[in-house]
Design a protein around this ligand. Structure first.
Ligand code: AKB
Length: 319
């Protein structure tokens, strides 16, 4: 059992995680699965499995044949899209997780990674430095599915000894892949527009602070969590994870240090109502204490990396 499978490999985090796993373990040790064929040619150097994560039979066939050491199950419908298709979001986010946990129970998977999110928090959660054991009070279907998923993970660990590990990701920002359907997506788009010297209209209000993280930190956190000794993993729901907290206005200022003429406007839409319920910052001491988590990039360092990356290539931006 030395193979690793990434489900949802064509998504924002999936692409980045597969690239990192390929470079650490080699393309032959990694299998990738998605309902869409990834466009990234490097990804396709690993075996690609065309897979609908809600199809229990197809999923179990893949796991039984693959006998995976690790499965990273990333397929999900995010917060904003989930509000447009609540039942489809619930079905995808829950059924697919249960398919993976059942396969682990059968003994076909040694270790599972499943992402949770700051979307598990809500209006009754403290706004700043949210403790690990804070009240979970999600208002979106995505958040409800992540909350339920966290408890399913702990249930399978406690009842069946499944080694399932999870992180509550903040908004993730990277330049090798684009996000799809989240409330924090503006923080990627803004850099694309700035690099093209185009004005950007943000769909959140200027002073909406949210927890965010540069993608390389998120990928490193995932790999460090999965590499940690089993006995160090005290939390089997999902670990709080933090790197930085900023508002759209603060990203604008950070960009203007490098592109003084950057033009940033605001036109909050339905995603603002979701963002309002989420906290601004997270206390991640448990992750530091249990498996040594430490973020590396702050806002200005990330701005420099993001702008350099986008400016060095031709970018396609949807109208
Ligand atoms: C979203 O905005 O839905 C995601 C998340 C914070 O989980 N990026």
């Amino acid at each position: 059992m030395s193979k690793k499978l990434v489900i949802g490999a064509a998504g924002q985090l999936g692409i980045e995680l597969v690239l990192a796993l390929q470079s650490q373990h080699g393309v032959d040790s990694i299998h990738i699965a998605d309902i869409r064929v990834p466009e990234n040619e490097q990804l396709l150097k690993s075996t690609f499995l065309h897979l609908d994560a809600t199809d229990e039979g197809a999923m179990h066939k893949v796991f039984e044949e693959g006998q995976y050491e690790e499965v990273y199950h990333l397929a999900a419908m995010l917060s904003a899209t989930g509000e447009k298709r609540p039942l489809a979001a619930w079905d995808l986010n829950m059924q697919s997780l249960l398919n993976v946990l059942e396969a682990a129970k059968e003994g076909w998977i040694e270790r599972v990674f499943w992402p949770s999110s700051i979307a598990v928090f809500g209006p009754s959660t403290p706004k700043t430095n949210v403790p690990q054991d804070a009240v979970l009070d999600p208002t979106t279907v995505y958040g409800i599915s992540k909350q339920a998923g966290e408890y399913w993970c702990r249930y399978y660990h406690e009842k069946y000894g499944i080694d399932v590990r999870s992180l509550r990701y903040p908004g993730l920002i990277g330049h090798r892949s684009v996000p799809g359907g989240g409330t924090t997506d503006y923080a990627v788009e803004i850099y694309e527009y700035a690099a093209l010297r185009k004005p950007y209209t943000c769909f959140l209000k200027a002073d909406q602070a949210l927890p965010m993280m540069y993608m390389d930190d998120a990928v490193r956190a995932t790999m460090e969590l999965m590499a940690a000794p089993k006995e160090n993993i005290r939390i089997r729901t999902s670990y709080n994870l933090h790197a930085m907290s900023f508002t759209p206005a603060e990203v604008g200022e950070s960009i203007r240090q490098l592109i003084p003429e950057f033009d940033l406007n605001y036109d909050p839409d339905h995603r603002q109502a979701i963002a309002t319920t989420w906290p601004e910052s997270i206390d991640d001491h448990a992750a530091s204490a249990d498996w040594g988590w430490k973020p590396e990039l702050n806002l200005d360092a990330m701005t420099k990396v993001m702008l350099e990356a986008y400016q060095s290539r031709v970018i396609h931006i949807a109208p």
